[in-house]
Structure formats: C-alpha cells, structure tokens
Design a protein around this ligand. Structure first.
Ligand SMILES: [Zn+2]
Length: 237
C-alpha cells in the first residue's frame, strides 16, 4: 500500500540525533480540537524543544504531515523517546470522536511503518508507556492496534460497492427485458383494436381517461380488456 505523506521543511532549533531503537509506535492526540502541524511545531519550540516532537502529524481530514525524520529521536514520551516513534492526531479525544478519514489515515500510516520499517514495533497509546492520559479515552486505541481490520473493512466496503453495481446492472437488464416483453400499449385511434375503441372514446369523452401525451394512452392490453368488460357491465354509463 502506498500512502501520501506531506513532506515538510521544518527548521530545527538544535540538531537532531538518532534514536537507538524502535520498540514502540506511540499514538498521541494533540489535545486541541483544531491545530495544524505548524501550530504543534510552534508549541514544541515554545517548550524549548528543537521543533515538532512527533514523527507524524495526522489532520482530521486524513492528511499526514511529516514531523521529525523517521530515524530521529523524537520528543513525545518522557523517558521513552529513545525507543519510540510518535504519531499525533489532531483533535481532543478526551471529549471528541475521531472522524473516519483520520482513523483510516492513521491505520494506513501504521501499516506503512510496520510493513516497511518496524515490523516488530508494538503499537501503544502514550499513556501505556508514559505518565499521561494521552491520547484521550475516546481515541480508538484498540481499533488502531488492529489497524488491519480497518483497512480490510475498507476493502469490504469497496467489495460491497462493486456488488451493488453488479446487482444494479442485473436489475437494469431485468427492466430492459420487461420493457421488451411488455404488452401492446395503445394510442388514440392509431392502434386501438375495434373491440376496445368504443369504450376508450367513451371514457376519454367523459374525462375518465387521459393519455400521458396527446396521442399516447399508455394503455396496456390487459387494462383495455378490464375497461371493456366494465363498460359492457354498464359501469361507465
Ligand atoms: Zn501524547
């Protein structure tokens, strides 16, 4: 799977160093309902850090921004930075619910990182390896640890969509067949059989029957028979 990462050009206040290992991929929230990657970079510089402390920052609409370079030491879990990579989600998941677009983007990012770089890294919430409530009680932590289900769910949805399209094509064929086999549809004067003409003219004159268009009664043969039988029974007199 290829994912789209928005490359950035941060200035670092001090030089970055490398991380010694990647035992954890730590999930965070910004604890802010609306914040750009640049906002986070500014806040972290205000903390006296070199710049944005996370390796990735994911907006609510699913856009993924690069923070620190992949192998760099981050600043996101006190005491565990040397062994963990950090992904932060825009939003306050103490109170908000994560939008699907963001959840899916984080699942794709996790898949990308696990498949290509850190197959044995454990996905954890910040609070599981540090002293914090982050990423908030509403953050879909269990779901994202099983990120493959989210990705497979997406495949299921596209499967269902294909299935619906196939069913629609079949239904359309059924309709076309029905149309082709439809009984004769009568028009005023032109194709009315003798046995039905008197009844039709009577009903039109009385205003009981109107065509869809001036010359089209849109009247099927079985309906015409019903009308004629009713007429002979005196219903329209
Ligand atoms: Zn955190």
């Amino acid at each position: 799977m290829s994912i789209s990462i928005i490359e950035t050009n941060w200035t670092w206040n001090t030089g970055l160093t490398s991380r010694s290992a990647t035992k954890y991929i730590a999930l965070h929230h910004a604890a802010a309902s609306s914040a750009s990657a640049a906002d986070v970079d500014r806040w972290h510089k205000q903390n006296g850090w070199s710049g944005i402390g996370y390796h990735f920052y994911v907006r609510k609409d699913g856009r993924i921004y690069r923070g620190r370079p992949l192998g760099a030491l981050g600043a996101h879990v006190s005491g565990k930075n040397d062994v963990s990579l950090g992904i932060c989600a825009e939003g306050n998941y103490t109170t908000e619910q994560m939008p699907d677009a963001q959840k899916r983007a984080i699942a794709e990012l996790l898949d990308y990182l696990k498949s290509n770089f850190y197959p044995s890294a454990e996905i954890v919430g910040h609070r599981e390896i540090g002293s914090s409530d982050c990423p908030g009680k509403n953050y879909p932590l269990a779901e994202l640890k099983n990120y493959k289900n989210i990705l497979n769910g997406g495949e299921l949805m596209s499967y269902e969509y294909d299935e619906l399209k196939r069913r629609y094509a079949e239904l359309k064929e059924d309709f076309d067949r029905l149309r082709a086999s439809r009984e004769p549809v009568y028009q005023y004067g032109v194709s009315l059989p003798d046995w039905g003409a008197a009844t039709v003219y009577k009903l039109v004159n009385k205003g009981f029957l109107e065509g869809e268009a001036p010359d089209n009664l849109n009247l099927s043969e079985s309906m015409l028979r019903v009308l004629v039988v009713n007429d002979r029974a005196g219903l329209y007199d």
